[in-house]
Design a protein around this ligand. Sequence first.
Ligand code: NAD
Ligand code: MG
Length: 391
Amino acid sequence: MQSITVLGATGSIGASTLDVLARHPDRYRVHALSAHGRVDELAEACRRFKPARAVVGSADAAARLAQLLVGLDIQVDHGEAALCEIASTSDTDTVMAAIVGAAGLAPTLAAARAGKKVLLANKEALVMSGQLFMDAVREHHATLLPIDSEHNAIFQSLPATYARDPQRAGVAKILLTASGGPFLKRAVETLEAVTPDEACKHPNWVMGRKISVDSATMMNKGLEVIEAHWLFGAPAEQIEVVIHPQSVIHSMVSYTDGSVLAQLGNPDMRTPIAHALAFPERIASGVAQLDLTDMAALQFYKPDFERFPCLALAFDALRAGGTAPSLLNAANEVAVQSFLEREIGFRDIDRVIAQVMQDLPHGPASSIEAVLEQDALARQAAHAVIARLRG
Ligand code: NAD
Ligand code: MG
Protein backbone atom coordinates (compact mmCIF):
# COMPACT_ATOMS: atom_id res chain seq x y z
CA MET A 1 0.00 0.00 0.00
CA GLN A 2 1.45 3.37 -1.03
CA SER A 3 0.69 6.36 1.17
CA ILE A 4 0.12 9.64 -0.67
CA THR A 5 0.04 13.35 0.06
CA VAL A 6 -1.77 15.46 -2.53
CA LEU A 7 -0.69 19.12 -2.44
CA GLY A 8 -3.26 21.24 -4.29
CA ALA A 9 -6.00 18.62 -4.02
CA THR A 10 -8.79 21.01 -5.07
CA GLY A 11 -7.15 22.05 -8.33
CA SER A 12 -7.47 20.60 -11.79
CA ILE A 13 -4.49 18.23 -11.34
CA GLY A 14 -5.57 17.51 -7.75
CA ALA A 15 -9.04 16.43 -8.91
CA SER A 16 -7.61 14.22 -11.67
CA THR A 17 -5.24 12.65 -9.13
CA LEU A 18 -8.09 11.88 -6.71
CA ASP A 19 -10.04 10.39 -9.61
CA VAL A 20 -7.18 7.96 -10.39
CA LEU A 21 -6.58 7.16 -6.71
CA ALA A 22 -10.28 6.33 -6.21
CA ARG A 23 -9.98 3.65 -8.89
CA HIS A 24 -7.28 1.80 -6.92
CA PRO A 25 -8.16 1.71 -3.20
CA ASP A 26 -6.18 -1.54 -2.93
CA ARG A 27 -2.92 0.21 -3.94
CA TYR A 28 -3.13 3.74 -2.51
CA ARG A 29 -4.04 5.30 0.80
CA VAL A 30 -4.30 9.10 1.11
CA HIS A 31 -2.26 10.43 4.02
CA ALA A 32 -2.86 14.16 3.55
CA LEU A 33 -4.68 16.66 1.32
CA SER A 34 -4.09 20.40 0.92
CA ALA A 35 -5.97 23.32 -0.60
CA HIS A 36 -5.62 27.05 -0.38
CA GLY A 37 -9.12 28.43 0.00
CA ARG A 38 -11.76 26.06 -1.37
CA VAL A 39 -12.72 24.67 2.02
CA ASP A 40 -16.01 23.06 1.00
CA GLU A 41 -14.36 21.11 -1.80
CA LEU A 42 -11.53 20.01 0.45
CA ALA A 43 -14.02 18.90 3.11
CA GLU A 44 -15.80 16.83 0.46
CA ALA A 45 -12.51 15.17 -0.57
CA CYS A 46 -11.66 14.54 3.10
CA ARG A 47 -14.98 12.76 3.68
CA ARG A 48 -14.30 10.63 0.63
CA PHE A 49 -10.63 9.74 1.19
CA LYS A 50 -10.38 10.01 5.00
CA PRO A 51 -6.79 11.34 5.17
CA ALA A 52 -5.02 11.66 8.53
CA ARG A 53 -4.26 15.34 7.85
CA ALA A 54 -5.60 18.32 5.90
CA VAL A 55 -3.86 21.67 5.35
CA VAL A 56 -5.35 24.97 4.16
CA GLY A 57 -4.06 28.51 3.57
CA SER A 58 -5.24 30.45 6.61
CA ALA A 59 -6.32 30.08 10.25
CA ASP A 60 -9.79 31.17 9.24
CA ALA A 61 -10.03 28.48 6.54
CA ALA A 62 -8.67 25.91 9.00
CA ALA A 63 -11.38 26.77 11.55
CA ARG A 64 -14.09 26.41 8.90
CA LEU A 65 -12.65 23.11 7.67
CA ALA A 66 -12.38 21.70 11.22
CA GLN A 67 -16.04 22.54 11.73
CA LEU A 68 -17.05 20.76 8.53
CA LEU A 69 -15.05 17.69 9.57
CA VAL A 70 -16.35 17.33 13.14
CA GLY A 71 -16.58 13.65 14.04
CA LEU A 72 -13.84 12.59 11.60
CA ASP A 73 -10.35 11.86 12.90
CA ILE A 74 -8.52 14.39 10.67
CA GLN A 75 -5.88 16.81 11.96
CA VAL A 76 -6.43 20.23 10.35
CA ASP A 77 -3.58 22.77 10.03
CA HIS A 78 -2.72 25.81 7.96
CA GLY A 79 0.29 27.52 6.41
CA GLU A 80 3.58 26.71 4.71
CA ALA A 81 5.23 24.88 7.62
CA ALA A 82 2.30 22.45 7.76
CA LEU A 83 2.50 21.94 3.97
CA CYS A 84 6.21 21.10 4.31
CA GLU A 85 5.39 18.69 7.13
CA ILE A 86 2.78 16.68 5.19
CA ALA A 87 5.18 16.60 2.21
CA SER A 88 8.12 15.23 4.20
CA THR A 89 6.67 13.11 7.02
CA SER A 90 7.63 9.44 7.28
CA ASP A 91 3.87 8.71 7.10
CA THR A 92 3.89 9.40 3.35
CA ASP A 93 5.79 7.71 0.48
CA THR A 94 4.61 9.77 -2.47
CA VAL A 95 3.86 13.46 -2.89
CA MET A 96 1.77 14.86 -5.73
CA ALA A 97 3.11 18.43 -6.10
CA ALA A 98 0.10 20.16 -7.69
CA ILE A 99 0.07 23.59 -6.06
CA VAL A 100 0.15 26.33 -8.70
CA GLY A 101 3.03 28.82 -8.81
CA ALA A 102 5.92 29.73 -6.51
CA ALA A 103 3.78 28.88 -3.45
CA GLY A 104 4.56 25.24 -4.20
CA LEU A 105 8.33 25.56 -3.99
CA ALA A 106 8.86 25.07 -0.24
CA PRO A 107 6.70 21.93 0.17
CA THR A 108 7.92 20.38 -3.11
CA LEU A 109 11.52 20.95 -2.07
CA ALA A 110 10.73 19.54 1.40
CA ALA A 111 9.44 16.36 -0.27
CA ALA A 112 12.63 16.07 -2.35
CA ARG A 113 14.82 16.64 0.71
CA ALA A 114 12.92 13.89 2.55
CA GLY A 115 13.71 11.47 -0.31
CA LYS A 116 10.08 11.01 -1.36
CA LYS A 117 8.70 9.88 -4.66
CA VAL A 118 7.80 13.33 -6.02
CA LEU A 119 5.20 13.55 -8.79
CA LEU A 120 5.92 17.01 -10.20
CA ALA A 121 3.08 19.02 -11.73
CA ASN A 122 4.18 22.31 -10.14
CA LYS A 123 6.57 23.36 -12.93
CA GLU A 124 7.08 26.85 -11.46
CA ALA A 125 8.91 25.30 -8.46
CA LEU A 126 11.47 23.66 -10.76
CA VAL A 127 11.78 26.71 -13.03
CA MET A 128 12.62 28.85 -10.00
CA SER A 129 15.04 26.55 -8.25
CA GLY A 130 16.49 24.49 -11.16
CA GLN A 131 19.89 23.15 -10.17
CA LEU A 132 19.19 23.46 -6.44
CA PHE A 133 16.08 21.31 -6.77
CA MET A 134 17.79 18.68 -8.92
CA ASP A 135 20.72 18.57 -6.47
CA ALA A 136 18.28 17.97 -3.59
CA VAL A 137 16.68 15.11 -5.53
CA ARG A 138 20.07 13.45 -6.13
CA GLU A 139 21.49 14.10 -2.68
CA HIS A 140 18.46 12.73 -0.84
CA HIS A 141 17.73 9.88 -3.30
CA ALA A 142 14.28 11.18 -4.11
CA THR A 143 12.49 9.84 -7.18
CA LEU A 144 11.29 12.61 -9.48
CA LEU A 145 8.57 11.75 -11.98
CA PRO A 146 7.13 14.36 -14.34
CA ILE A 147 3.36 14.89 -14.47
CA ASP A 148 3.38 17.64 -17.09
CA SER A 149 2.07 15.70 -20.11
CA GLU A 150 5.00 16.72 -22.35
CA HIS A 151 7.67 15.79 -19.83
CA ASN A 152 5.90 12.60 -18.94
CA ALA A 153 5.86 11.78 -22.68
CA ILE A 154 9.58 12.56 -22.99
CA PHE A 155 10.32 10.45 -19.91
CA GLN A 156 8.42 7.57 -21.52
CA SER A 157 10.30 8.06 -24.81
CA LEU A 158 13.77 7.97 -23.22
CA PRO A 159 15.59 4.72 -22.37
CA ALA A 160 15.36 3.54 -18.75
CA THR A 161 19.14 4.01 -18.46
CA TYR A 162 18.97 7.70 -19.47
CA ALA A 163 19.38 9.25 -16.01
CA ARG A 164 22.47 7.15 -15.28
CA ASP A 165 24.08 7.43 -18.69
CA PRO A 166 22.62 10.22 -20.87
CA GLN A 167 25.65 10.36 -23.19
CA ARG A 168 25.13 6.86 -24.57
CA ALA A 169 21.41 7.36 -25.22
CA GLY A 170 22.15 9.21 -28.49
CA VAL A 171 19.49 11.89 -28.04
CA ALA A 172 19.62 14.46 -30.85
CA LYS A 173 16.64 16.62 -29.84
CA ILE A 174 13.80 16.83 -27.43
CA LEU A 175 10.70 17.80 -29.41
CA LEU A 176 8.33 19.55 -27.04
CA THR A 177 4.87 19.73 -28.56
CA ALA A 178 2.56 22.69 -27.93
CA SER A 179 -1.09 23.11 -28.88
CA GLY A 180 -0.56 26.82 -29.54
CA GLY A 181 -3.50 27.59 -27.25
CA PRO A 182 -6.68 29.48 -28.12
CA PHE A 183 -4.93 32.28 -30.07
CA LEU A 184 -2.84 30.27 -32.52
CA LYS A 185 -4.74 31.59 -35.52
CA ARG A 186 -6.31 34.78 -34.20
CA ALA A 187 -5.26 38.07 -35.91
CA VAL A 188 -2.31 39.37 -33.87
CA GLU A 189 -3.64 42.95 -33.71
CA THR A 190 -6.81 41.74 -31.94
CA LEU A 191 -4.84 40.15 -29.08
CA GLU A 192 -4.62 43.44 -27.15
CA ALA A 193 -8.34 43.24 -26.39
CA VAL A 194 -8.93 39.57 -25.52
CA THR A 195 -10.66 38.87 -22.19
CA PRO A 196 -9.59 36.48 -19.40
CA ASP A 197 -12.43 34.10 -20.30
CA GLU A 198 -11.32 33.98 -23.94
CA ALA A 199 -7.73 33.35 -22.86
CA CYS A 200 -8.83 30.54 -20.53
CA LYS A 201 -10.83 28.72 -23.21
CA HIS A 202 -8.21 26.15 -24.18
CA PRO A 203 -9.05 24.10 -27.29
CA ASN A 204 -7.96 20.71 -25.85
CA TRP A 205 -7.42 20.84 -22.07
CA VAL A 206 -9.47 21.98 -19.07
CA MET A 207 -7.00 23.45 -16.57
CA GLY A 208 -6.60 26.00 -13.78
CA ARG A 209 -6.81 29.67 -14.84
CA LYS A 210 -3.13 30.53 -14.38
CA ILE A 211 -1.81 27.74 -16.60
CA SER A 212 -4.63 28.44 -19.08
CA VAL A 213 -3.44 32.03 -19.54
CA ASP A 214 0.15 30.72 -19.74
CA SER A 215 -0.98 28.45 -22.57
CA ALA A 216 -2.57 31.39 -24.40
CA THR A 217 0.68 33.44 -24.18
CA MET A 218 2.75 30.26 -24.67
CA MET A 219 4.66 31.14 -21.50
CA ASN A 220 3.51 27.69 -20.43
CA LYS A 221 5.68 26.21 -23.19
CA GLY A 222 8.51 28.55 -22.20
CA LEU A 223 8.35 27.32 -18.60
CA GLU A 224 8.23 23.77 -19.96
CA VAL A 225 11.40 24.34 -22.01
CA ILE A 226 13.15 25.33 -18.76
CA GLU A 227 11.53 22.39 -16.97
CA ALA A 228 12.80 20.01 -19.69
CA HIS A 229 16.29 21.48 -19.39
CA TRP A 230 16.45 20.57 -15.71
CA LEU A 231 14.60 17.26 -15.83
CA PHE A 232 16.57 15.83 -18.75
CA GLY A 233 19.84 17.76 -18.57
CA ALA A 234 19.30 19.15 -22.09
CA PRO A 235 20.79 22.48 -23.21
CA ALA A 236 18.47 25.09 -24.80
CA GLU A 237 19.77 24.21 -28.31
CA GLN A 238 18.65 20.61 -27.88
CA ILE A 239 15.05 21.53 -27.07
CA GLU A 240 12.74 22.33 -29.97
CA VAL A 241 9.15 23.50 -29.66
CA VAL A 242 6.77 22.06 -32.25
CA ILE A 243 3.22 23.35 -32.58
CA HIS A 244 0.79 20.44 -32.77
CA PRO A 245 -2.77 21.78 -32.39
CA GLN A 246 -4.45 18.39 -31.80
CA SER A 247 -2.49 17.57 -28.57
CA VAL A 248 -2.43 13.85 -29.39
CA ILE A 249 1.35 13.46 -29.55
CA HIS A 250 2.39 14.70 -26.12
CA SER A 251 6.08 15.12 -27.06
CA MET A 252 8.89 13.25 -28.79
CA VAL A 253 12.58 12.41 -28.60
CA SER A 254 14.61 12.29 -31.77
CA TYR A 255 17.78 10.17 -31.79
CA THR A 256 21.07 10.43 -33.67
CA ASP A 257 20.20 7.40 -35.83
CA GLY A 258 17.14 9.20 -37.22
CA SER A 259 14.55 7.46 -35.00
CA VAL A 260 11.85 9.53 -33.35
CA LEU A 261 9.99 8.07 -30.36
CA ALA A 262 6.73 9.62 -29.22
CA GLN A 263 4.03 9.09 -26.63
CA LEU A 264 0.44 9.49 -27.82
CA GLY A 265 -2.85 9.55 -26.00
CA ASN A 266 -6.11 11.38 -25.55
CA PRO A 267 -5.49 14.78 -23.91
CA ASP A 268 -6.40 13.83 -20.33
CA MET A 269 -4.00 14.40 -17.42
CA ARG A 270 -5.11 11.17 -15.75
CA THR A 271 -2.78 9.29 -18.15
CA PRO A 272 0.50 10.90 -16.97
CA ILE A 273 -0.80 10.88 -13.38
CA ALA A 274 -1.54 7.13 -13.49
CA HIS A 275 1.78 6.51 -15.24
CA ALA A 276 3.76 8.29 -12.53
CA LEU A 277 1.73 6.86 -9.64
CA ALA A 278 2.26 3.26 -10.72
CA PHE A 279 5.69 3.57 -12.37
CA PRO A 280 7.23 1.23 -13.46
CA GLU A 281 3.92 -0.65 -13.60
CA ARG A 282 0.82 0.48 -15.51
CA ILE A 283 -2.65 0.91 -14.06
CA ALA A 284 -6.06 1.96 -15.42
CA SER A 285 -6.57 5.73 -15.44
CA GLY A 286 -10.15 6.04 -16.66
CA VAL A 287 -8.93 7.56 -19.94
CA ALA A 288 -10.44 6.09 -23.13
CA GLN A 289 -8.07 4.25 -25.49
CA LEU A 290 -6.88 6.36 -28.40
CA ASP A 291 -8.71 5.53 -31.63
CA LEU A 292 -6.27 6.44 -34.42
CA THR A 293 -8.77 5.72 -37.17
CA ASP A 294 -11.18 8.20 -35.64
CA MET A 295 -8.70 11.05 -35.84
CA ALA A 296 -8.49 13.93 -38.28
CA ALA A 297 -5.06 14.85 -39.66
CA LEU A 298 -2.28 15.56 -37.18
CA GLN A 299 -0.56 18.87 -37.93
CA PHE A 300 2.82 20.31 -37.01
CA TYR A 301 4.17 23.87 -37.33
CA LYS A 302 7.14 25.92 -36.25
CA PRO A 303 6.31 28.38 -33.43
CA ASP A 304 5.94 32.07 -34.25
CA PHE A 305 8.07 33.95 -31.71
CA GLU A 306 6.57 37.30 -32.71
CA ARG A 307 3.03 36.20 -32.00
CA PHE A 308 4.25 34.59 -28.77
CA PRO A 309 7.00 36.83 -27.31
CA CYS A 310 6.73 35.02 -23.94
CA LEU A 311 8.23 31.93 -25.54
CA ALA A 312 11.25 33.94 -26.67
CA LEU A 313 11.58 35.54 -23.20
CA ALA A 314 11.69 32.09 -21.60
CA PHE A 315 14.42 30.86 -23.98
CA ASP A 316 16.37 34.07 -23.14
CA ALA A 317 16.00 33.39 -19.41
CA LEU A 318 17.17 29.80 -19.80
CA ARG A 319 20.24 30.93 -21.77
CA ALA A 320 20.98 33.67 -19.22
CA GLY A 321 20.82 31.10 -16.39
CA GLY A 322 21.24 31.82 -12.68
CA THR A 323 18.22 33.55 -11.20
CA ALA A 324 16.91 34.76 -14.59
CA PRO A 325 14.24 32.00 -14.76
CA SER A 326 13.00 32.92 -11.27
CA LEU A 327 12.69 36.58 -12.33
CA LEU A 328 10.79 35.47 -15.42
CA ASN A 329 8.49 33.22 -13.41
CA ALA A 330 7.72 35.80 -10.72
CA ALA A 331 7.04 38.61 -13.23
CA ASN A 332 4.79 36.25 -15.16
CA GLU A 333 2.82 35.20 -12.07
CA VAL A 334 2.15 38.83 -11.16
CA ALA A 335 1.27 39.85 -14.73
CA VAL A 336 -1.09 36.89 -15.25
CA GLN A 337 -2.87 37.59 -11.96
CA SER A 338 -3.23 41.24 -12.95
CA PHE A 339 -4.60 40.24 -16.38
CA LEU A 340 -7.08 37.83 -14.76
CA GLU A 341 -8.24 40.71 -12.55
CA ARG A 342 -8.69 42.84 -15.68
CA GLU A 343 -6.11 45.43 -14.59
CA ILE A 344 -3.93 45.01 -17.67
CA GLY A 345 -4.46 43.76 -21.21
CA PHE A 346 -3.35 40.41 -22.61
CA ARG A 347 -0.37 41.84 -24.50
CA ASP A 348 0.74 43.73 -21.39
CA ILE A 349 1.72 40.37 -19.89
CA ASP A 350 4.78 40.04 -22.14
CA ARG A 351 5.54 43.78 -21.77
CA VAL A 352 5.65 43.49 -17.97
CA ILE A 353 7.91 40.45 -18.07
CA ALA A 354 10.28 41.96 -20.67
CA GLN A 355 10.57 45.17 -18.63
CA VAL A 356 11.29 43.32 -15.37
CA MET A 357 13.90 41.15 -17.11
CA GLN A 358 15.51 44.26 -18.54
CA ASP A 359 15.48 46.25 -15.27
CA LEU A 360 16.63 43.61 -12.80
CA PRO A 361 20.10 42.10 -12.95
CA HIS A 362 20.13 38.35 -12.43
CA GLY A 363 22.75 36.66 -10.31
CA PRO A 364 23.87 33.15 -9.47
CA ALA A 365 21.16 30.89 -8.05
CA SER A 366 23.43 29.92 -5.19
CA SER A 367 20.79 29.18 -2.55
CA ILE A 368 17.02 28.94 -2.15
CA GLU A 369 17.21 32.17 -0.14
CA ALA A 370 18.85 33.95 -3.10
CA VAL A 371 16.16 32.60 -5.42
CA LEU A 372 13.36 33.72 -3.11
CA GLU A 373 14.93 37.16 -2.75
CA GLN A 374 15.00 37.56 -6.55
CA ASP A 375 11.44 36.29 -6.71
CA ALA A 376 10.34 39.00 -4.24
CA LEU A 377 12.25 41.73 -6.09
CA ALA A 378 10.76 40.69 -9.43
CA ARG A 379 7.23 40.76 -7.97
CA GLN A 380 7.83 44.28 -6.66
CA ALA A 381 9.24 45.40 -10.01
CA ALA A 382 6.32 43.82 -11.90
CA HIS A 383 3.79 45.64 -9.70
CA ALA A 384 5.63 48.91 -10.41
CA VAL A 385 5.54 48.31 -14.19
CA ILE A 386 1.82 47.46 -13.98
CA ALA A 387 1.15 50.67 -12.01
CA ARG A 388 2.91 52.66 -14.78
CA LEU A 389 0.96 50.87 -17.52
CA ARG A 390 -2.33 51.62 -15.78
CA GLY A 391 -1.37 55.11 -14.71
P1 NAD B 1 -5.45 25.01 -10.16
O1 NAD B 1 -5.50 26.48 -10.07
O2 NAD B 1 -6.62 24.28 -10.72
O3 NAD B 1 -5.17 24.41 -8.70
C1 NAD B 1 -4.14 24.89 -7.88
C2 NAD B 1 -4.14 24.20 -6.52
O4 NAD B 1 -3.14 24.87 -5.72
C3 NAD B 1 -5.46 24.34 -5.75
O5 NAD B 1 -5.69 23.17 -4.99
C4 NAD B 1 -5.21 25.54 -4.83
O6 NAD B 1 -5.98 25.46 -3.63
C5 NAD B 1 -3.73 25.40 -4.53
N1 NAD B 1 -3.11 26.71 -4.26
C6 NAD B 1 -3.25 27.85 -4.99
N2 NAD B 1 -2.54 28.85 -4.44
C7 NAD B 1 -1.94 28.34 -3.34
C8 NAD B 1 -1.09 28.89 -2.33
N3 NAD B 1 -0.71 30.18 -2.36
N4 NAD B 1 -0.66 28.08 -1.35
C9 NAD B 1 -1.04 26.78 -1.30
N5 NAD B 1 -1.84 26.21 -2.22
C10 NAD B 1 -2.29 26.97 -3.23
O7 NAD B 1 -4.12 24.64 -10.96
P2 NAD B 1 -3.82 23.35 -11.87
O8 NAD B 1 -4.25 23.61 -13.25
O9 NAD B 1 -4.26 22.10 -11.18
O10 NAD B 1 -2.21 23.39 -11.90
C11 NAD B 1 -1.42 23.00 -10.80
C12 NAD B 1 0.03 22.89 -11.24
O11 NAD B 1 0.14 21.85 -12.21
C13 NAD B 1 0.55 24.17 -11.92
O12 NAD B 1 1.88 24.35 -11.58
C14 NAD B 1 0.42 23.85 -13.40
O13 NAD B 1 1.37 24.53 -14.18
C15 NAD B 1 0.69 22.35 -13.41
N6 NAD B 1 0.11 21.65 -14.54
C16 NAD B 1 -1.25 21.63 -14.71
C17 NAD B 1 -1.82 20.96 -15.79
C18 NAD B 1 -3.32 20.90 -15.98
O14 NAD B 1 -3.78 20.21 -16.89
N7 NAD B 1 -4.12 21.55 -15.16
C19 NAD B 1 -0.99 20.32 -16.72
C20 NAD B 1 0.39 20.36 -16.52
C21 NAD B 1 0.93 21.01 -15.42
MG1 MG C 1 2.23 20.70 -20.26
